[in-house]
Design a binder for this molecule. Structure first.
Ligand code: NAP
Length: 273
């Protein structure tokens, strides 16, 4: 039996390397594979066949929301987030979980980011944005979301408003974005902009940033994205997606193997990569 990651593209992913070393350190003879799925039309057939060969799967862009349509069970937190990044094949059932929010919580807590009553601006409207928004709302931040396609930010906004949270939707134009960034105490890039191989791109210009903002780029490859470099030059506190990546991986292993996986072991393994 195997584990794997489904998504497209997967060129940036370090999940296979990290999981394979951790699995071997833990004494499991289980391989973790990267599985490119080009179209969401292929998801139902793939999942049906995967039941026989895989213990479980991670799910990444662009399928974290779409995959929910093909699951038999979705745990409560994943429903509240509106995205699934971890699947477990459970006899005839396909169960869905979200470990990204646990990863994001971990990033915030480890780095002692003040969130209570702080203005947070999340750029992006996919699964990573949903997990970050869910964590930030629980941690007491006032959250705004901005996404290239307004329909998606409105849909994410209403998802959380239905849970009685307040969330502000900002339009993706230069002046609104500039004003929202200037107001933000915490800025989160939850888009793939700046991710390998497009490492010279940043979702916003450095001119927008203030020196007392915390800038979090959920991208972890490269470690220092263009956005992180621009924010460091402005004197912002900067954090990349590594702490989140490590913690979501540990929690996914915990779900698949039904065993508590020490975060320290996963972090040490990541650092060795
Ligand atoms: P996703 O579901 O595909 O969503 C991506 C979002 O980014 C979409 O809302 C999309 O906007 C926006 N976007 C894409 N290209 C853009 C561009 N050129 N300009 C402006 N907006 C753009 O992906 P995801 O799963 O949320 O992941 C987003 C990022 O977070 C990825 O880089 C991923 O590696 C990172 N991530 C990191 C971790 C971690 O553990 N560190 C975990 C999860 C994700 P539209 O809706 O307008 O297309």
């Amino acid at each position: 039996m195997k584990l794997g990651l489904i998504g497209y593209p997967l060129t940036h992913s370090l999940s296979d390397k990290l999981h394979n070393i951790v699995l071997s350190k833990l004494g499991y003879d289980v391989k973790y594979e990267l599985i490119k799925i080009n179209s969401s039309d292929d998801l139902p057939d793939f999942l049906r066949e995967a039941k026989e060969r895989y213990i479980g799967l991670n799910v990444t862009s662009p399928y974290k929301e779409k995959v929910m349509n093909f699951l038999n069970y979705i745990n409560e937190e994943a429903k509240l987030i509106g995205a699934v990044n971890t699947i477990k094949f459970n006899k005839k059932r396909i169960d869905g979980y979200n470990t990204d929010a646990f990863g994001f919580d971990n990033l915030i807590i480890l780095n002692k980011v003040e969130t209570q009553d702080r203005e947070a601006l999340v750029i992006g409207g996919g699964g990573a944005a949903r997990a970050a928004i869910y964590s930030l709302l629980k941690l007491g931040s006032c959250v705004s979301i901005v996404n290239r396609k307004i329909a998606k930010s409105l849909s994410v906004g209403s998802h959380f408003i239905r849970q009685d949270y307040k969330i502000n939707v900002v339009t993706f134009d230069c002046s609104s974005l500039k004003e929202a960034v200037r107001k933000a105490d915490i800025l989160i890039n939850a888009t793939p902009v700046g991710m390998y191989p497009h490492i010279d791109e940043s979702i916003i210009s450095g001119d927008y940033l203030r020196d007392y903002t915390t800038v979090i780029d959920l991208v972890y490859n490269p470690f220092k994205t263009k956005l992180i470099k621009l924010a460091s030059e402005k004197g912002c506190q900067t954090l990349n997606g590594v702490d989140m990546f490590v913690a979501q991986a540990a929690k996914s292993l915990n779900i698949w193997l039904e065993k508590n996986i020490p975060l320290k072991l996963v972090r040490e393994t990541f650092d060795e990569l």
